[in-house]
Write a protein that binds this ligand. Structure first.
Ligand SMILES: NC(=O)c1ccc[n+]([C@@H]2O[C@H](COP(=O)([O-])OP(=O)(O)OC[C@H]3O[C@@H](n4cnc5c(N)ncnc54)[C@H](O)[C@@H]3O)[C@@H](O)[C@H]2O)c1
Ligand SMILES: O=C(O)C[C@H](O)C(=O)O
Length: 347
């Protein structure tokens, strides 16, 4: 079990090895002692199903020096618990709107898993009415207290919450398209797992984060398995329905939390590495897009991360006929979700 986790966790190995490596000088981890920058990460929704294991994984990340855990309830307990782990970062818990500013001040990266999860029979869009307001308020506070932070949006529906965040930041005059990310890493994690069992593969997943808007590009998998078209179709559907598979298995007790915390920790780690100047950090993410990718204003693409957030949004690359068809099919739904978010933020 642990062995499997190790194999799957190659990208997160620096995080998971941190307990051991923290006993060594910082230089042993690829940074000289002087060059390990001070980095504050805030998790909003830190007492939730994703928030708690994500707080744990961020506490294990040696790139984090300050960890702020914010929620509307229960953060003192989570912060006390996580804070006893003897790794680099100092942990502080913040609870309630009065403490949100303190939680956010000076943050380099803000991760948002705040909001309600799905129950069986619901779509992610069914969460819009509650989560849109939560995200809008949290983003207004980000604009006020840490306008330069990188934002990792986990709260669903990501296809709409990211455009909401963009509009809030635009209104506040703080929008930086290079620093706003919808976290779609779980789609990549699933595509890799379903495609190749436990092996270390790379599969880009583009589009958005809901049903058919999730488009895994198995034709670009490396290393490539020799699979029949029917198998690729089945893998695509399973990746698109991965969230629903977990929601149904949890039978009313929420959606993916542990795999999401893992995925969120990988993405936040990539953002921190980019900020710290580590070269060639590439992850898929739902970001502001351009006509060189598609006509849609936001789209999940391979993104090169750097000191300022997005360094480069990479093109889609060659698509198979099946993927090209999937791309055309997803556009109307993704466009409508983006427009719904924009309209809500400007109402
Ligand atoms: N992007 C993805 O791939 C992905 C994957 C899984 C889940 N999600 C989404 O993440 C969200 C959270 O899921 P969960 O399972 O952790 O839910 P959860 O209910 O277990 O936790 C949510 C937490 O958010 C907190 N919260 C609510 N309003 C808040 C506010 N205004 N400020 C701060 N915190 C607030 C709650 O108190 C709770 O602790 C859901 O919207 C879910 O759909 C996204
Ligand atoms: O499916 C959900 O509602 C949660 C999340 O978006 C997921 O993909 O697991």
């Amino acid at each position: 079990m642990l062995y499997h986790f190790y194999i799957q966790s190659k990208k997160l190995s620096s995080v998971l090895r941190s307990v051991k490596t923290l006993a060594k000088p910082a230089g042993a981890r690829g940074y000289s002692s002087e060059s390990v920058p001070d980095r504050k990460v805030a998790v909003l929704g830190a007492a939730g199903g994703i928030g708690q294991p994500l707080a744990l994984l961020m506490k294990l990340n040696p790139l984090v020096s300050r960890l702020a855990l914010y929620d509307i309830a229960n953060t003192p307990g989570v912060a006390a618990d996580v804070g006893h782990i003897n790794t680099r970062s100092e942990v502080a818990g913040y609870m309630g709107n009065d403490q949100l500013g303190q939680a956010l001040e000076d943050s380099d990266v803000v991760i948002i898993p705040a909001g309600v999860p799905r129950k069986p029979g619901m779509t992610r869009d069914d969460l819009f009415n509650i989560n849109a307001g939560i995200v809008k308020d949290l983003c207004s506070a980000i604009a006020k207290y840490c306008p330069n932070a990188i934002v990792n949006m986990i709260s669903n529906p990501v296809n709409s919450t990211v455009p909401i965040a963009a509009e809030v930041f635009k209104k506040a005059g703080t929008y930086n398209e290079k620093k706003l990310f919808g976290v779609t890493t779980l789609d990549v994690v699933r595509a890799k797992t379903f495609y190749a069992g436990k092996a270390n593969v790379n599969v880009p997943v583009v589009g958005g984060h809901a049903g058919i808007t999730i488009l895994p590009l198995f034709s670009q998998a490396t290393p490539k398995a020799n699979l029949a078209d029917e198998d690729i179709k089945a893998l695509t559907k399973r990746t698109q329905d991965g969230g629903t598979e977990v929601v149904e298995a949890k039978a009313g007790k929420g959606s993916a939390t542990l795999s999401m915390a893992y995925a969120g920790a990988i993405f936040a780690d990539a953002c921190l590495k980019g900020l710290n100047g580590v070269p060639d950090v590439v992850e898929c993410s739902f970001v502001q897009s351009t006509s060189t990718v598609t006509e849609l204003p936001f789209f999940a693409s391979k993104v090169r991360l750097g000191k300022n957030g997005v360094e480069e949004v990479l093109g889609l690359g060659p698509l198979s006929d099946f993927e090209q068809e999937g791309l055309e099919k997803l556009k109307p739904e993704l466009k409508a979700s983006i427009e719904k978010g924009v309209k809500f933020a400007n109402a």
